[in-house]
Write a new protein. Structure first.
Ligand SMILES: NC(=O)c1ccc[n+]([C@@H]2O[C@H](COP(=O)([O-])OP(=O)(O)OC[C@H]3O[C@@H](n4cnc5c(N)ncnc54)[C@H](O)[C@@H]3O)[C@@H](O)[C@H]2O)c1
Length: 359
C-alpha cells in the first residue's frame, strides 16, 4: 500500500513536495489551503481527489498517514502539533517554527504520538551535500574546526508587507528565512552543541523598493515590513568549533551567494551556488570542492556530482516518505531543528541586547 500524504498549503513550494512524494511512490490524497482556488488548481495539476479550505476539516475527514506543512512560518508549530496529535507523521517546511520554544512543543507532540517529525532542510539532500558528508564520514576531512555559512542576496526582498516581511508571521527576515546554510554547516560539523552566540542585524535597506527580489509574494501596501534586511553572527560550540554566518535579502554585496566553506584538520571544502541571474535556480553555477595537502603540495579537488537545480527539494521530500516506510535514514532529526532554532533565537537576542548569548 502506498503511503498516503495530505498537503497543507498550495503555494510556491508545493511542486517540490509533490514531486518528491510521487517519486518515492507515495499517493497525495488531499490538499488543504485557506485559499480554495490555490488548492483546487494544485489538485487538478497533481490529480488529487479531495481539497479542503481548512486544515482542521482535512485532518478530520482525510484518511492519510502523513501531512506535509507548507504554509507561512507562524502556522508551522500549531499545525504540526494538531497533525501529530491526530496520529500523522509530519514533514514541515523550514524554518522549523517561529522560535525554539515552539520546536520544543512540536517535539513533545511527536514523542506523545510516536510519529515521525521531519523538516525540509532540503540543502542536505543536494548531491553535493551527500558527497561531502561521505568525505566527512570516511575521515577524509578530519575534524571540522571552523566554517563560514552564507546566503546573501543583493536585491532579494521577497515582497513588501506580505507574510515574509511581517515578524509576527515569519519570525524574522533573512536570518530565519535563509537558515539553510547555517543548518548545512552545522550538519557537516556534526551538529555540535552551541555554547556562545554573538550577532547583529541591520534594517537599513528593508523599505527600499529597489532591493525587491525577482520572486516572492505580491506586495501589500497596508501590510507590515518590520524584519531585518541582513544578519551577521558567530557561534562557538561546546566542542571548540566555530561558525561565522551571514544572511541577507538586501545588502551591498556583488551578487547572490549560497555557500558553506569549512576548514577541517585533514581537508577544507566548499559547497557553493552562484547564479547567472540572482534567485533563479535554473541559472545556478554549483561548485563542490575539497582542499588537501598531498605529497607536500596544495591540491584542490573538484567533486563532480549530477546537476540538481531544485537544491535537493524533491529528494528531501522523498527522504521523508522513505524514512516513514523504513527504507532510508532520516536526513534530519527534531533535536537538530531545536538546536538550529536556539542559535537563531540567540542571534536575534544578541542583536537586540548588544551582548553575547550563552546557551
Ligand atoms: N525549502 C525551501 O527551499 C523553501 C523555499 C520557499 C519557501 N519555503 C517555506 O515554505 C513555506 C511556504 O512558503 P511558500 O513560498 O510556499 O508561501 P506562499 O505564500 O507561496 O504559500 C503559502 C500558502 O499557504 C496558504 N496558507 C496560509 N495559511 C494557511 C493555513 N493556516 N492553512 C492552510 N493554508 C494556509 C496560502 O493561502 C498559500 O497558498 C514557508 O514556511 C517558507 O519558509 C521553503
Amino acid at each position: 500500500m502506498p503511503t498516503k500524504v495530505a498537503i497543507i498549503g498550495a503555494g510556491g513550494m508545493l511542486e517540490h513536495h509533490a514531486s518528491g512524494f510521487l517519486t518515492a511512490g507515495a499517493e497525495i490524497v488531499a490538499i488543504a489551503d485557506v485559499n480554495p482556488e490555490s488548492a483546487a488548481k494544485a489538485a487538478e495539476q497533481y490529480d488529487v481527489p479531495v481539497v479542503f479550505d481548512n486544515p482542521e476539516t482535512m485532518l478530520q475527514e482525510s484518511d492519510c498517514d502523513a501531512v506535509s506543512i507548507i504554509v507561512p512560518n507562524k502556522f508551522h508549530a500549531p499545525l504540526a502539533i494538531d497533525c501529530l496529535a491526530a496520529g500523522k507523521h509530519v514533514f514541515c517546511e523550514k524554518p522549523p517554527a517561529m522560535n525554539a520554544a515552539e520546536v520544543r512543543q512540536m517535539i513533545a507532540a511527536a514523542e506523545a504520538s510516536g510519529k515521525r517529525l521531519m523538516f525540509n532542510f532540503n540543502n542536505r539532500a543536494r548531491p553535493e551535500s551527500y558527497a561531502m558528508r561521505e568525505l566527512i564520514e570516511n575521515g577524509t576531512v578530519g575534524r571540522i574546526n571552523s566554517a563560514q555559512a552564507k546566503w546573501i542576496r543583493r536585491t532579494g526582498i521577497p515582497g513588501f508587507g506580505g507574510w515574509f516581511t511581517t515578524k509576527a508571521m515569519s519570525g524574522g527576515g533573512p536570518l530565519i528565512d535563509l537558515l539553510h546554510m547555517v543548518d548545512l554547516a552545522m550538519y557537516f560539523m556534526g551538529y555540535p552543541e552551541p555554547a556562545h552566540v554573538l550577532g547583529q542585524t541591520f534594517r537599513d535597506l528593508i523599505n527600499d523598493t529597489s532591493f525587491k527580489g525577482p520572486w516572492g509574494i505580491p506586495d501589500n501596501a497596508d501590510g507590515i515590513t518590520d524584519v531585518e534586511a541582513a544578519a551577521h553572527g558567530m557561534i562557538v560550540f561546546k566542542t571548540g568549533q566555530i561558525l561565522m554566518l551571514q544572511a541577507s535579502w538586501a545588502e551591498m554585496v556583488k551578487r547572490e551567494e549560497v555557500s558553506v566553506v569549512f576548514q577541517g584538520s585533514q581537508a577544507g571544502g566548499k559547497v557553493e551556488r552562484l547564479f547567472e541571474k540572482d534567485g533563479l535556480d535554473e541559472t545556478a553555477i554549483d561548485t563542490c570542492e575539497l582542499y588537501v595537502q598531498k605529497d607536500g603540495a596544495s591540491v584542490n579537488r573538484t567533486i563532480e556530482v549530477e546537476d540538481c537545480p531544485d537544491m535537493g527539494r524533491s529528494r528531501s521530500a522523498a527522504n521523508f516518505v522513505r524514512t516513514i516506510e523504513g527504507s532510508e535514514q532520516p536526513l534530519n532529526t527534531p533535536d537538530q531543528a531545536l538546536s538550529l532554532m536556539q542559535v537563531i533565537d540567540a542571534i536575534y537576542q544578541s542583536a537586540e541586547t548588544g551582548q553575547p548569548v550563552s546557551l
